[in-house]
Design a protein around this ligand. Structure first.
Ligand SMILES: C/C=C/C(=O)SCCNC(=O)CCNC(=O)[C@H](O)C(C)(C)COP(=O)(O)OP(=O)(O)OC[C@H]1O[C@@H](n2cnc3c(N)ncnc32)[C@H](O)[C@@H]1OP(=O)(O)O
Length: 261
């Protein structure tokens, strides 16, 4: 079975579906390798406008495959360090894509699976989805940038509760504390996300890529850095045909027809 499904839609949206529903889409080495190739392909493809990540079946992703952890073998700490760094970097390469990325958290998002969702630019969850990061109850230090991604998304108090006590949030609770962008009823989640992704994909590609890059990682560190970036990036878009097309479309009350990235 293909553990990662890649669906390229006509509107420039690509849907990546983690596909091990019987194991709640737990990450294996095979899935990780498929992910590495898929992200590299997307990074090189100028026709891609937006990437959606979701899970097959009733879960988003249950994190690292527990059977791999249980059968850890005799690997040394330095060897495990290299392996884990490679694992984290492969999955979090989604954060390096220049196009907007959207997580559709259709069900449980656990540990590294939750971090994968939080590495996306927008995160929408099913209201009843369970979101948790139970590393320490498994005897593990958090990984997959959990100690960075959770406080950044939800603030220190919620992040500490999730990482120290193992608190589980529903999708609705996660939306109310700002851990995710918004929650939808499970049955309408994917439709809503595809609609949002399609709208995002219809915006001017260069302006969208530059905006995504500016916002990645939480935005610029200070006012001056933001002004310096914007005073370079905004003129790039002012000089583009896309801006003329956007203005004409607004004037003529029609949808814009933008060029390629
Ligand atoms: C380096 C990375 C570290 C981390 O990511 S730490 C976090 C590790 N992940 C977890 O601790 C999650 C463990 N799983 C769960 O808590 C639950 O599952 C869920 C909340 C995700 C879903 O619950 P439900 O829908 O009730 O499913 P179910 O009956 O618990 O599981 C169905 C089958 O899926 C297997 N499974 C679930 N998660 C994993 C996993 N992470 N790795 C390997 N297998 C998993 C189960 O064992 C079971 O299997 P069977 O049907 O044979 O009993």
């Amino acid at each position: 079975m293909n553990e990662l499904l890649v669906d390229r839609r006509d509107d420039g949206v690509v849907v990546l579906t983690l596909n091990r529903p019987d194991r709640r889409n737990a990450m294996t080495e095979g899935m990780t390798e498929s992910w590495r190739r898929a992200i590299a392909d997307l990074a090189a493809d100028r026709d891609v406008r937006c990437v959606v990540v979701t899970g097959a079946g009733n879960a988003f992703c249950s994190g690292g495959d527990l059977s791999w952890l249980a059968e850890r073998g005799a690997e040394s700490v330095p060897a495990l360090r290299d392996r884990m760094l490679g694992f984290y970097r492969t999955w979090l390469a989604i954060a390096e894509l220049e196009v907007p990325t959207v997580a559709a958290v259709n069900g449980a998002a656990v540990g590294a699976g939750l971090c994968l969702a939080l590495a996306c630019d927008l995160v929408y969850a099913a209201e009843e989805a369970r979101l948790l990061a139970p590393f320490t109850s498994l005897g593990l230090h958090p990984g997959m940038a959990a100690t960075y991604l959770l406080p950044r998304a939800a603030g220190v108090w919620v992040a500490r509760e999730m990482l120290l006590t193992g608190r589980t949030l529903t999708g609705a609770e996660a939306a109310s504390v700002g851990l995710v962008t918004r929650a939808f009823p499970r049955e309408s989640l994917l439709g809503e996300v595809l609609e949002i992704a399609s709208r995002t994909a219809a915006n001017a590609p260069v302006a969208t890529r530059l905006t995504k890059v500016a916002l990645a990682g939480g935005g610029h560190a200070d006012l001056d850095a933001a002004l310096r970036w914007e005073s370079l990036a905004q003129p790039v878009t002012m000089a583009s045909d896309d801006m003329l097309e956007g203005l004409a479309a607004q004037r003529e009350r029609r949808a814009p027809r933008f060029g390629n990235a």
